[in-house]
Design a protein around this ligand. Structure first.
Ligand code: SF4
Length: 62
């Protein structure tokens, strides 16, 4: 499972730009993981988003 920590996200949009089928920005400008996101399909892109998030806001949880 993947989550975005809203307290840490600065809304830069990098994750959304990288894999818009998984990440979107909410009305407050913070990223979230879409409910219908196919996480297994985008494993590689999600890892890239985690590596590239400037604040480390994207975290994996079991
Ligand atoms: S890359 Fe990180 S800081 Fe930027 S919008 Fe996504 S979660 Fe937020």
């Amino acid at each position: 499972m993947v989550k975005v920590n809203e307290d840490v996200c600065i809304g830069c949009g990098a994750c959304q730009a990288l894999v818009s089928d998984v990440f979107d920005l909410n009305d407050d400008g913070f990223a979230y993981v879409k409910d219908d996101a196919d996480l297994s399909k985008y494993e590689e892109e999600i890892n890239e988003a985690i590596d590239n998030c400037p604040t480390g806001a994207i975290v994996r949880e079991d």
